[in-house]
Design a protein around this ligand. Structure first.
Ligand SMILES: *[C@@H]1O[C@H](CO)[C@@H](O)[C@H](O)[C@H]1NC(C)=O
Ligand SMILES: *[C@@H]1O[C@H](CO)[C@@H](O)[C@H](O)[C@H]1NC(C)=O
Ligand SMILES: *[C@@H]1O[C@H](CO)[C@@H](O)[C@H](O)[C@H]1NC(C)=O
Ligand SMILES: *[C@@H]1O[C@H](CO)[C@@H](O)[C@H](O)[C@H]1NC(C)=O
Length: 387
């Protein structure tokens, strides 16, 4: 009797010590845990236990049309309202760019954004336009800098005269104004290109494998898809509350634990009907949330559209260089200088052959080696190796 009692005592003592140890470790690492694990758990709990359709979020963000107009009523500095006129447009492609990224626009025009090439060789009408805000001109800046800025706007006007593809609105072009740039795209499309079958939005540092993308969209078009929204999907993403992060969002701006599903802003495609629905949703939503792809998710969830994943759309990530990957890739992020080389490969007819059985085994092996590594967040997911 006495012995058992002592043993229990000893066990409890050990248990107590272990609990203390675990608790102190948890407390020490709490911040780390809270930022990643806990916030994701909270996010998923909110989704599945509280509000799976995000109705309370969209309801809280609903404002009057008059109030919402302040986000989209900026005058156009450069515009091409007739870009799509009297034409059947298969894909309208908006590239989000900034005034100073002249070289990136040049590279895009002569590679995956070359409308002439796409029409002649790939046989589709694709319109490529660049969305941008105004050049920074602040009163407190020294006068030489203002001179510079005037110069930059003049350069833009000249560039636009040459190419006719800049759509510029009079809001400051900055990271925290990306949602205004998103609204520009939907308003412009509604007004000037509502007949486009598909609308794509893309960063100016991504590579789009246009032949593969058009093949994929042609297939979707044949099936007559509606409510189509495809890209790299972020599901159950929690808002980031770390002040140092680029994506930091204060509680006052967005108090909920989770974002609706959305696709990475680097590049995604929607069908024309979704563009129209999102446009209408945006007319009564508070667009002060400055993360544009999340705001797109809020608009879409307000009209009941949800995104679907395609493994060969990349988010932040860059595709590994390999011909087995090029055969299937749709977009890849983080390309500036190498865009010409990638385009050469993408448009080389000799590399377009479908591999035989041995070839496809070889490619699967290569893709497993390239994509299925632990902590490999920066490219296509492992399952892409088996597609
Ligand atoms: C676009 O493609 C056409 C046809 O292939 C070609 O003639 C033209 O030089 C290209 N444009 C640019 C800017 O590279
Ligand atoms: C967004 O643009 C507006 C209009 O130009 C400007 O007043 C505001 O400061 C900009 N916001 C940011 C965060 O850059
Ligand atoms: C076209 O879509 C169907 C249905 O999603 C799919 O099974 C097929 O593989 C696709 N074909 C091509 C060439 O993408
Ligand atoms: C929109 O949301 C912001 C907070 O993110 C708030 O300050 C602002 O008053 C809201 N606008 C309207 C019209 O409710």
């Amino acid at each position: 009797m006495f012995v058992t009692f002592r043993r229990i005592h000893k066990c409890q003592w050990v248990q107590l010590m272990t609990t203390c140890l675990v608790l102190s470790v948890v407390m020490l690492c709490w911040e780390q845990l809270d930022n990643s694990v806990v916030s994701h758990v909270k996010s998923y709990s909110y989704r599945y236990l509280v509000d799976n359709r995000f109705t309370s979020i969209t309801r809280s963000l609903t404002i009057s049309r008059e109030e919402a107009r302040s986000f989209s009523s900026f005058p156009y500095l450069l515009d091409h309202p007739h870009k799509c006129a009297h034409e059947e447009v298969f894909l309208l492609l908006f590239v989000k760019t900034s005034p100073e990224n002249v070289e990136r626009r040049k590279a895009i025009r002569s590679t995956w954004g070359n409308e002439t090439y796409i029409r002649r060789v790939l046989g589709e009408t694709v319109k490529v336009v660049f969305a941008l805000g105004a050049v920074r001109t602040r009163k407190e800046e020294p006068s030489w800098s203002k001179q510079n800025n005037l110069g930059l706007q003049e350069q833009l006007v000249r560039e636009d005269r040459l190419h006719g593809d800049l759509i510029q609105q009079d809001f400051l072009d900055s990271f925290h104004n990306l949602t205004l740039k998103l609204l520009l795209q939907f308003h412009w499309t509604h007004k000037n290109c509502a007949q486009a079958q598909f609308l794509m939005t893309a960063d100016d540092d991504i590579f789009v494998h246009m032949p593969n993308l058009l093949g994929y969209l042609r297939n979707a078009s044949r099936r007559g898809v509606t409510d189509f929204w495809v890209g790299r999907v972020h599901r159950g993403a929690p808002p980031i509350r770390t002040k140092a992060s680029k994506y930091y969002v204060p509680l006052e701006m967005y108090p909920w634990l989770t974002y609706p599903d959305y696709t990475a802003g680097a590049g995604y495609v929607i069908s024309g009907d979704v563009a129209e629905k999102v446009y209408h949703a945006s007319l009564t939503l508070n667009a002060s949330l400055y993360i544009d792809d999340v705001f797109m998710g809020i608009c879409a969830s307000a009209v009941g559209v949800s995104p679907q994943e395609h493994v060969f759309f990349s988010g932040e990530g860059k595709a590994p260089y390999h011909s087995c990957i090029y055969n299937q890739m749709l977009t890849s992020h983080g390309h500036v200088e190498d865009i010409y080389d990638l385009w050469k490969v993408a448009t080389n007819p000799q590399l377009k052959k479908t591999p035989g059985m041995v070839g496809s085994w070889y490619c699967t092996a290569v893709k497993v080696a390239l994509l299925c590594k632990p902590y490999n967040f920066n490219t296509y997911p492992c399952k892409a190796a088996f597609m």
